[in-house]
Design a protein around this ligand. Structure first.
Ligand code: AMP
Length: 193
C-alpha cells in the first residue's frame, strides 16, 4: 500500500490537488471535511452535532473523525492506498492514524505540506465562498478562527511527521498544474524506491 497525507492550511488547495492525485496514483480519497459535510447534508445525528462546530470554524472531536476514518479504512480492504486530506488535524489524530495503519500492517509513506502565504489563503477562501456555498468560507470571523485553529492545533502535526522524516514541503502558489507537478516530483521517487 501507498498512503499519503496532504497537509496545509485551509485554502492551500488540498481538495483541488487531491482530486488529481487520486486519479494519477489510484488512491482512495479520505477527506474528513467532505465526510462531515455529507453527514450534515443527510441530517444524521453525527452531522447535526458537527454542524455547530464546523460553522464556528472549530474542530470536531477527535473520536468522531477517527471513527469515520477507521470505518472508511475497513470499508476499503483492497485499496492500493489512501490519500488523507484534512486529516489528521491534531497530534491525537495523527497518533490514532498510526495505530490504525499499524493494525493493517501499513503506514503513512509521505506527507506533502502545501506552503501558501496567509494573504493568498484569505483571498482564495473569499473566492471559494462565492461558489462553495460554505458558510465557513464566507464569514471573515470564522475564517480567522479556522486559521488560528490551524496554527495552534494542526501545525504541530507537521512536527510529528517531521520527527518521522516524512515531510516534503511543496510551494503551493502558482497554477494548479504547476503545483501538481511539484507534488508529483516528490511522490514519484518514493514509488520507484
Ligand atoms: P475542511 O473541508 O477540511 O476544511 O473541513 C471543514 C471543517 O470540518 C473544519 O473546519 C472542521 O470544523 C471540520 N473538520 C474536518 N476535518 C477535521 C478533522 N480531521 N478534525 C476535526 N475537525 C475536522
Amino acid at each position: 500500500m501507498f498512503n499519503l497525507v496532504l497537509f496545509g492550511p485551509p485554502g492551500s488547495g488540498k481538495g483541488t490537488q487531491s482530486e488529481k492525485l487520486i486519479e494519477k496514483y489510484g488512491l482512495i480519497h479520505l477527506s474528513t471535511g467532505d465526510l462531515l459535510r455529507k453527514e450534515m447534508k443527510a441530517g444524521t445525528p453525527l452531522g447535526n452535532e458537527a454542524k455547530s462546530l464546523i460553522e464556528k470554524g472549530q474542530l470536531v472531536p477527535d473520536e468522531v473523525v477517527v471513527g469515520m476514518i477507521s470505518s472508511a479504512l475497513d470499508a476499503n480492504p483492497d485499496a492500493k492506498g489512501f490519500l488523507f486530506d484534512g486529516f489528521p488535524r491534531t497530534i491525537a489524530q495523527a497518533e490514532a492514524l498510526d495505530k490504525l495503519l499499524t493494525l493493517k500492517k501499513t503506514a503513512i509513506h509521505a506527507v506533502l505540506f502545501l506552503m501558501v502565504n496567509e494573504e493568498e489563503l484569505i483571498n482564495r477562501l473569499v473566492g471559494r465562498a462565492k461558489t462553495s456555498g460554505r458558510l465557513d468560507d464566507a464569514d471573515p470571523e470564522i475564517q480567522r478562527n479556522r486559521q488560528a485553529v490551524y496554527k495552534n492545533e494542526t501545525l504541530p502535526v507537521a512536527g510529528y511527521y517531521q520527527n518521522q522524516d516524512k515531510v516534503s514541503r511543496v510551494e503551493g502558489e502558482g497554477t494548479i498544474d504547476e503545483i501538481f507537478d511539484r507534488i508529483c516530483s516528490n511522490i514519484d521517487p518514493l514509488l520507484e524506491a
